[in-house]
Design a binder for this molecule. Structure first.
Ligand code: MN
Length: 228
């Protein structure tokens, strides 16, 4: 067992300045595992820059990239030409703009990164998935429609059969505050809409937040566990 930390980061959506500020505060080492919770692309100002930073981060720590619905849409659009209009309208236009509005400008390295993204990841006490889960199914059998798409505003599942706490993104918290339901923690604090980009360590629940420009709001604050 390494001495490294396990740190999850909420939905980045092309906010490279926020990601820079957050990574500076986190000061990750090669021992650390950093989990990005998906939706690193689309909507925000600098998708290409975010992917460049994540590729660099793979060399600085153990990076685990969870697949979000936006990466799934981007892969479908670019690799199979499916749903291009829907993807473009859902924030894909910003992704395209960051590559000079030409799909051919998206480097293979960036596409390979998207293809490496995984549906779930788990540690002893927590598991990580983009949107939501089916409580009665093991983590390796989670349906993609739920894992990538189902908002917590639509359905809050009971605790997962593993007994582990779920850490998710996808359902934006416009307050900028982490949503803590006891058995589910949502780290999508709506950076792309003017909220914050959030990182939290597990199981310690240390919290770091930056604003869209990357200025630190909360630095390594320890959040109490709720009993809910
Ligand atoms: Mn999402």
């Amino acid at each position: 067992m390494s001495n490294g930390r396990t740190i999850a980061i909420g939905d980045i959506h092309g906010c490279s300045a926020a990601l820079d500020g957050l990574l500076e505060a986190l000061d990750v080492s090669s021992e650390d595992t950093v989990i990005v919770l998906g939706d690193v692309v689309d909507r925000g100002p600098d998708v290409r820059g975010v992917l460049e930073r994540l590729l660099a981060l793979e060399n600085a720590c153990r990076l685990v990239a969870i697949l979000g619905n936006h990466e799934a849409m981007m892969l479908e659009a670019i690799e199979h030409g499916r749903g291009v209009a829907a993807w473009t309208e859902c924030g894909g236009a910003a992704t395209l703009a960051s590559y000079g509005n030409a799909l051919s400008n998206v480097p293979d390295e960036h596409m390979e990164f998207l293809r490496r993204m995984r549906l779930t990841y788990e540690v002893e006490t927590h598991f990580f998935i983009h949107a939501n889960y089916v409580a009665t199914l093991p983590l390796d059998r989670q349906p993609v429609s739920v894992a990538l798409w189902e908002h917590l505003t639509h359905f809050v599942p009971p605790p997962h059969l593993s007994g582990k706490c779920a850490v998710v993104g996808h359902t934006p918290q416009q307050s900028g505050e982490v949503l803590d339901l006891g058995h589910i923690i949502c780290l999508d604090t709506y950076c792309v809409g003017g909220g914050r980009l959030t990182a939290m360590s597990f199981p310690q629940r240390q919290l770091w937040q930056v604003d869209p420009k990357g200025s630190l709001c909360r630095d390594g604050e320890l959040l109490p566990f709720s009993d809910d």
